[in-house]
Write a protein that binds this ligand. Structure first.
Ligand code: FAD
Length: 304
């Protein structure tokens, strides 16, 4: 590990954590154990994903409601436009608003047939995330976070088209972007430079994915246009049946990436937790965060 020297650590670091809604009782326990473990770091917000094609509308909402009722955390609900008319998406936004949601991660989403298949917008629907941001802002003054793609979205013909979409999302009211995961920090840095040159000044928060399972991550990366550097594949080589060593290597890889970003001046991090706390907890500790921290204390988590 590099020693971070004079880099800003601890109180100047801002983190957020992403969770997915549980599909079973066991998964619910794992989710809540993870939320409980990470909450004392006082994240800016915790976000809950929205399943492909709106398949998790109720579980997403139920998770958000529980976060609001049982913790002092600030939740953000992911929302997509897949397979839904504007009216239907607006109705979901209204339901979430009534539940107390004031922050959306607004996304277009992927075709129901799966990532990589052609996306056809609903004939009466929002065609992309920029239109969704405008629709949400017209409904209420939500805080809006959107996606950004350091290696460009696979459907974008070029970086200019891709960054133009980000610009439209910002023009319509988005105030933060979280990136797709990446492993090459130079790629992220070059992307932020391009974004700034395009006149976009919102925070471009790196999305950090701890590699719990290299094969799965490599497969997913292939679908969503994130590249896997050779050195990463080499580090996990031969560890498929050795979970303990894999976990240690994953911690070293993630810590190295995050501390290098700190040296490059990054102070905000979003973690794709995959509903597992341990690795993310260790990385937050390395960032100088210490629990408990005012603002993120869990008041009670009944029946976790
Ligand atoms: P947009 O911002 O609308 O577009 C992304 C890019 O694709 C743009 O740069 C644009 O140039 C290009 N593009 C879009 N449409 C076209 C087109 N018709 N032709 C050419 N280029 C086009 N998915 C979920 O289902 N649920 C989630 O909870 C979820 N959370 C996510 C969180 C983050 C931080 C990120 C980065 C992604 C998430 N995703 C989620 C995945 C996301 O839905 C997909 O990446 C999807 O393919 C694009 O959605 P978007 O909002 O980025 O699209």
């Amino acid at each position: 590990l590099r020693r971070s020297g004079p880099s800003p650590l601890g109180d100047s670091m801002n983190v957020s954590f992403e969770f997915f809604p549980p599909r079973s009782g066991d998964m619910e326990s794992q989710l809540w154990e993870s939320i409980m473990r990470l909450a004392p770091f006082g994240p800016d917000f915790v976000s809950v994903t929205y399943g492909a094609g709106g398949s998790t509308r109720q579980p997403t909402l139920a998770t958000i409601k529980r976060i609001l009722e049982e913790t002092e955390l600030s939740p953000a609900a992911h929302l997509t436009c897949v397979n839904a008319s504007r009216e239907q998406v607006d109705a979901v936004a209204r339901e979430f608003w009534q539940a107390g949601v004031r922050h959306f991660v607004a996304l277009r989403g992927d075709a129901p047939e799966g990532i990589g298949t052609a996306y056809n917008a609903h004939p009466d629907g929002y065609r992309n995330a920029a239109e969704l941001v405008a629709g949400l802002k017209a409904f209420a003054d939500f805080e809006i976070t959107v996606s950004a793609y350091p290696e460009k979205h696979p459907e974008s013909p070029d970086f200019m088209t891709d960054i133009d979409m980000l610009k439209r999302k910002v023009d319509n009211g988005a105030t933060r972007a979280i990136t797709q995961f990446f492993f090459d920090n130079d790629t992220y840095e070059r992307y932020v430079e391009r974004v700034r040159r395009a006149g976009i000044y919102i925070p471009i928060v790196p999305g950090i994915l701890p590699v719990h399972n290299f094969q799965q991550v490599a497969k997913f990366a292939g679908l969503c246009g994130a590249s896997i550097p050779d050195w990463l594949a080499t580090r996990f080589e031969g560890l498929d049946k050795d979970p303990q060593t894999r976990a240690l290597v994953a911690a070293a890889v993630a810590a190295d990436q995050v501390m290098d970003l700190v040296e490059r001046g990054v102070q905000d991090f979003h973690f794709y937790t995959m509903n597992r706390a341990q690795l993310v907890y260790a990385i937050c500790h390395l960032l100088g965060l210490r629990a408990p921290k005012a603002g993120g204390t869990v008041t009670s988590i009944a029946a976790a």
